[in-house]
Design a protein around this ligand. Sequence first.
Ligand SMILES: Cc1cc2nc3c(=O)[nH]c(=O)nc-3n(C[C@H](O)[C@H](O)[C@H](O)COP(=O)(O)OP(=O)(O)OC[C@H]3O[C@@H](n4cnc5c(N)ncnc54)[C@H](O)[C@@H]3O)c2cc1C
Length: 534
Amino acid sequence: MKHYDYLIIGSGIAGLSFALKASRHGTVCIMTKAQRDETNTKYAQGGIAGVFNTGDSYEKHINDTIIAGDGLCNREIVNLVVKEGPVRIKELVRWGASFDRNRNGEFNLAKEGGHSDKRILHFQDSTGAEIERALLAQIFKKKNITLLENYFALELVTQHHFGKKITKASQGIECFGVYAFEVNTAKVEFFSAGNVILASGGVGQVYANTTNPLIATGDGIAMAYRAKAKVENMEFYQFHPTALFHPGISPSFLITEALRGAGAVLKNHQQKEFMYSYHAQGSLAPRDIVARAMDSEMKKSGKSFLYLDARKVSPVELKKHFPNVYNHCKHAGYDMRKDLVPVVPAAHYCCGGVKTDEWGKTSIRKLYACGECASTGLHGANRLASNSLLEALVFSNRILMHCLEFKKSNSQRNPNFSPKDIPRWDASRTTNPEELILILQVKKEIQEMMSSYVGIVRSDVRLERAKKRLAMFFEETEALYKKTTIGVDLCETRNLISAGYLIIKSAMLRKESRGLHYNTDYPFKKESAEGTVF
Ligand SMILES: Cc1cc2nc3c(=O)[nH]c(=O)nc-3n(C[C@H](O)[C@H](O)[C@H](O)COP(=O)(O)OP(=O)(O)OC[C@H]3O[C@@H](n4cnc5c(N)ncnc54)[C@H](O)[C@@H]3O)c2cc1C
């Protein structure tokens, strides 16, 4: 058995930025199920939001965030994220992350949908890759950080594993560590920890079209839910309006919103701009409005895509600020300088997740959640563009502050439970999965079903149907899980089912349309609203 003061699940911006800070105070292990940089973070293009522009203000950023969040943001959390953000961003710069600057050496700030000022720091259109690079470079310098690749966290260990009955109502649930599956040796090990930090990212893979890489299967959210942590607001799934329409290619390639900030506009098949009939900000309206407008235009025309017209963006700017997007589209056969580019909305960001407080604490003792897997109250019913990288930075810092404050009590072992008594993983399931196709087919069917019934526009009939289909997948997968040896595909599919269940159930509970959740049977907002907590 291995023991670490801080055990982090995930090597994106949330996990790495926490690890760097925590390494000054104890032993740190970062566990990731794939290669170290295979994260949503690496694919972030647009940038990170922060108040740096003369004329911009905290109040403006706070207001924009709250307007996007459509009545469900926690004002106190929005305040602290916006106000602590710039300091954390400067820290990221000290760690070596580069952001584009103008001739005077000031940040070259971009504007994105829903923002009332220029406040997006970016590195060309590959901001996430630059951040991931810089953080990993710092991680390698730290001797007391162990980074384990190809380790898949399976379950959070709580009193349940000592045979105690645990329910949602149980008081004092505590996390002692995790069971993890080493992909190369197919062995399951127990890792004991003083504090466990879930930084396991999003769940885009629950949908057929997504900008998220294959790792985004909601493992952390599913594990926390199984361990009886509170999970909230899962119905608010953000679809990015502009993914390149490229059937058969997964994940879908994202075309950053910053390109619309630079002048690109959405057009229909008659080559007409349509967004002004939906919102005064046209193509730069908040994402939920743009995605829904696109859904409606596509349904009206019976087409599977619309167009992005970037021909008015100067070729110099295209190549200087958007080289990644420009080259990718060119490779796919579209020269943005003269061609319209076919685009379609794709599942992009999970606004809900494991419920945390202002210190990143979950409802389970010694378990924290940070980044996309967490629901801090910042995004409410809809995330404002470029606020997620910011949220991860601010909360990784806050979590450490809390861990240090409670260091004494957190490092004290619970006298009733000794890590030595933690049972070995039950490896009695000795049958090898007969046919991988069974698992992969279920995964594909879940993705298609979720896209058809629980996508941008929902209805009671669709949600009911989705619930029934998912129950069938659940039974089939659990039966397989009980008798076969553990494997990544099987565990991910199980987690996708849990995440899908949470999205469907939350959507069914919300008898109104708000933010990213739109149900044709309840097209209006209720006067007041609360989060959906499980
Ligand atoms: C294409 C794209 C563009 C985006 N652009 C922007 C943008 O411009 N600005 C912005 O603010 N946000 C953007 N986002 C969102 C943002 O990138 C993510 O929300 C953020 O990077 C999430 O960081 P994270 O550290 O929480 O998770 P991730 O970066 O996704 O890292 C998750 C980590 O957890 C690991 N993991 C998962 N499950 C397990 C398991 N069971 N066991 C072990 N390890 C596990 C993964 O392997 C990975 O290392 C974008 C997202 C995408 C996909």
